[in-house]
Ligand binder design. Sequence first.
Ligand code: GDP
Length: 424
Amino acid sequence: MVKAVVGANWGDEGKGKITDMLAQEADIIVRFQGGANAGHTIVNDYGKFALHTLPSGVFYSHTTSIIGNGVALNIPVFFKEYNDIVSRGVPAPKILISDRAQIVMPYHILFDQYEEERLAGKSFGSTKSGIAPFYSDKFAKIGFQVSELFDTDHLKDKLKRVIETKNVLLEHLYHKPLLDSDELLEEMLRYRDMVSPYVCDVSSFLWQAIKDGKDILLEGQLGSLKDPDHGIYPMVTSSSTLAAYGAIGAGLPPYEIKKIITVCKAYSSAVGAGAFVSEIFGDEADELRRRGGDGGEYGATTGRPRRMGWFDCVASKYGCRIQGTTDVAFTVLDVLGYLDEIPVCVGYEIDGKVTTDFPTTSLLEKAKPVLKVLPGWKTDIRGIRSYADLPENCRNYIEFIEEQIGFPITMVSNGPGRNDIIYR
Ligand code: GDP
């Protein structure tokens, strides 16, 4: 069976933990989109890890971890991460890399930095991992697939052609040093040697795996609201964050995705610019940020403090719907145990009218939160393993939110570890 683990919100919902947990029962874990621009934090028996490109199944020796064609593959970052986990005692994971995955080129990272510099205060808050330039080139059809690394003459020729246009921008728009195609070719040949043991026709591998009845997990990065089509455009990422894209970015039939587990955090956090209706500020935000996640809400890639807010039912209901959710995994609930009262955003007021439908970006900018305040439970719920043992106010919080979003919360996560989970 194929399951997808995806985010309902702005990312950082705890997908890594849920994937790591579900990977215990899986045979194959596939990354199908995104790149090294966001991170998962995973706490398990080997320690605490921030993964950016490795699939969250790499900690189990019974799983195969796959980089699908939809990923923006940063080859040096990928192997650095691989070597890091192995040097910390994790058995060398079984890895496959799609021959159709495209490569983040060194100049994609440079262009990302230069463009942020050029936009200065008007920037999108990019992590400068080269993701937007990468996907722009992919769809402009001047990207490089992994398979192209294995034809040196072709590579040489294409690099020359592509660099011609890049150098015009570097010289006249950014006023930066020009690219040298010989140097880049050498770098590409190094990349070729790094990936060559792992390259495979992933869609055909998965086709066979489905026929053999294997359990496959599709691991999403970021969340619904960062999707370029259905999110808060243009403050979005450059590849689709939706489970549906799992079929494309892994290369498997869409009807095979039977379960869509949407991870939804018990409060809100976001990184980068853009409207964030339930955002809170000052001491209230600082406290939640400090207590949030596992060691504070700071970017796993950038270390940037995340923007904080109360749970947003409007955004989460939409985020779950657009994913095609079958199950909600409600995470980081333990963090809220310090609050006497917990505000929840139950509607948006836009031009004097209250709605529970998530609007397009221009209206979103005008939205003000309609808050409902629920009583807190004022205890530490970590370690509880059965739903009935949760404090009543805590169950009421979960059930209130479940009703508001309209999708079943079947898992409640009450701690960062693999076993901190309550099934309903
Ligand atoms: P992802 O990108 O969706 O995987 O999310 P991140 O890894 O950026 O953020 C999740 C953070 O919360 C990590 O530090 C996790 O270890 C932590 N985490 C996940 N689930 C829980 C939970 O239920 N409780 C607590 N306290 N922390 C959690």
